[in-house]
Design a protein around this ligand. Sequence first.
Ligand SMILES: Nc1ncnc2c1ncn2[C@@H]1O[C@H](COP(=O)(O)OP(=O)(O)O)[C@@H](O)[C@H]1O
Ligand SMILES: [Mg+2]
Length: 345
Amino acid sequence: MAAQTETKPTLLEVKGLKKYFPIRKGMFRRVVGQVRAVDDVSFSIIEGETLGLVGESGCGKTTTARCIIRAMDPTEGQILFRKRDNEVVDIASLNERHIRPLRNDIQMIFQDPYASLNPRMNVQDIIGEALKIIGGMHNREERNARVAELLQLVGLRPEYMQRFPHAFSGGQRQRIVIARALALNPRLVVADEPVSALDVSVQAQVLNLMLKLQDELHLTYLFVAHDLSVVKHICDRVIVMYVGQIVELAPTEALYATPKHPYTAALMSTVPVADPRRRGAMTPLEGDVPSPANPPSGCYFHPRCPHAVDKCTREQPQLQEGAPGHLVRCHRAAELKLDGIGKAS
Ligand SMILES: Nc1ncnc2c1ncn2[C@@H]1O[C@H](COP(=O)(O)OP(=O)(O)O)[C@@H](O)[C@H]1O
Ligand SMILES: [Mg+2]
């Protein structure tokens, strides 16, 4: 976790990001609606910090992440990235030729380490390919030396270079994925649920590795997770997303001690806590995330919210500052006293 993030400059600023997927029907594929997967999302990532992005499955986390790396084109909005020379560019509007040089700077780690490694290539070629194609490193010896160095960096033996992905465990594969992501010295790493597919016993090892690498290589992380237990230990600030929108954004400590949105508090009830008295006081999260193609009226969370009043069914709340640096989208944020899991673990 990075200290003194407040003195550091902004690395990435997302402004009014929208990603709508058209819904088409009939013989003429007429557009009959829109899946508003990401709907007016704004936030910034400070250099050296780990920013968490959490929410249940279907809330728009992956779509947000994929827009940032421009794996998909945003429908609207800006994604401002500060390059090494301090020039700020808008990733959302760059053409492919201008995006390419940024591919070294921004890397993504995906959830499934089984799907993200080509089974027909050995580790040397998997990592070497990135060095050659994107990094322009054409000398084979030089590339292999760099691969060996990267494997050591992620805690794998350089001799493993000749092996194919099937010879590795899930945790080892994710280490290879991380090594590949680091091959070109990125500044921002977008990690989309990087430990969700791993055994619980292995999760902590990979998280610790990511923390160590952040420290050594001065990395900035956008860390996507579907539950709050993972982000608690590694994030400086956390964004909570619900149906394509930010419902809460706060420094990690404040979020866990005094959550201000009932959705955040409900997500916390799914985090295992040691103290049974606290467990009893919490309302579990019931029902499903509504479809972003057809969200509820008013506050999107009102059908599942134990605190909803009449206004919540009619008016959509705006994202507002409930405390310094603590944003919340809830009509009742000021009056509710929600239980956190602050220092419980
Ligand atoms: N290519 C697509 N076409 C249509 N809908 C999509 C597409 N990709 C994602 N969605 C929808 O957008 C919403 C957000 O998805 P996603 O960003 O994957 O959420 P998360 O990562 O939080 O689980 C979901 O309702 C999903 O079904
Ligand atoms: Mg996802």
